[in-house]
Design a protein around this ligand. Structure first.
Ligand code: GRF
Length: 195
C-alpha cells in the first residue's frame, strides 16, 4: 500500500517499518544504507539510480520512478530521506498522496541544509514537519510539527540526530492518521476497495 522513497542511512525508513506500516516497496535513487534496511525487513527494493551529472533530466527520471512504482500500485508515497526533488509527473500522478518529513519547523529553513541553517540563524528551537509534497519544495500543506530545542554546544550532527529522534515517532503517527483519513474518505465515497 505504501511506497517509501529513501536515499540515506534509512533510520526514518526503519522507524516506519518498526511501526508496522504497510510498506510494499522501497525505492532508492542511489545505492545506500536504506537498501539494507529494506532487505532486512524483506521488502522489495527498486533502485532507480539518478545521475549527478550537469544536465540531469529530472522529467525523464520522474518517469522512471513512475514506471518502477506502477507495478506496486502504491496508495501512498512516503519520502523517508529521499535526496531527489520529485518532478511534475510524479507529483501529478500521485497528487495529494506523497508525504515528506523535513528537519525544520516549516516554513522556516526549507531545502537541503535546514539543520545547518537553523544553527546559523542562532534559533533556540527548531524541529520537524510532516507535510504533503507539492511542486514547490517544502511548501505543501502541513500535517504535523514538533519543536526540538537547540543547545549551545550543538553541531549539525547532534542537532539533526535530536530532530530525527522526534521524526521517527512523529512521521509514523502522521502517516497512520493520513491513511485513516484516506480510508474514511474512500468508505464515504462507497469505494469497493478502500486503502
Ligand atoms: C530526515 O531528517 C528527514 O527529515 C530528511 O532526511 C533525513 C533522513 O534521515 N528529509 P535518515 O537517512 O533516514 O536517517
Amino acid at each position: 500500500m505504501i511506497a517509501a522513497l529513501a536515499s540515506g542511512t534509512g533510520t526514518i525508513l526503519e522507524a516506519l517499518i518498526s511501526a508496522e506500516l504497510p510498506i510494499e516497496v522501497v525505492l532508492v535513487d542511489r545505492p545506500c544504507a536504506a537498501e539494507k534496511v529494506a532487505e532486512r525487513a524483506g521488502i522489495p527494493i527498486e533502485l532507480v539510480e539518478r545521475s549527478f551529472a550537469p544536465g540531469f533530466d529530472r522529467d525523464a527520471y520522474s518517469e522512471s520512478i513512475l514506471a518502477a512504482l506502477a507495478p506496486h500500485r502504491p496508495r501512498l508515497i512516503a519520502m523517508a530521506g529521499f535526496g531527489t526533488v520529485l518532478g511534475a509527473a510524479v507529483l501529478a500522478a500521485h497528487a495529494g498522496r506523497i508525504l515528506n518529513t523535513h528537519p525544520s519547523l516549516l516554513p522556516a529553513f526549507k531545502g537541503w541544509h535546514a539543520v545547518a541553517q537553523a544553527l546559523g540563524a542562532g534559533v533556540s528551537e527548531t524541529g520537524c514537519t510532516v507535510h504533503i509534497a507539492t511542486l514547490e519544495v517544502d511548501a505543501g500543506p502541513i500535517l504535523a510539527q514538533e519543536a526540538v530545542p537547540v543547545y549551545s554546544d550543538d553541531d549539525e550532527s547532534t542537532l539533526h540526530e535530536r530532530i530525527k529522534q522526534v521524526e521517527r515517532r512523529l512521521y509514523p503517527t502522521a502517516i497512520r492518521c493520513f491513511l485513516a483519513g484516506m480510508q474514511a474518505a474512500g468508505a464515504s465515497r462507497g469505494d469497493k476497495e478502500v486503502p
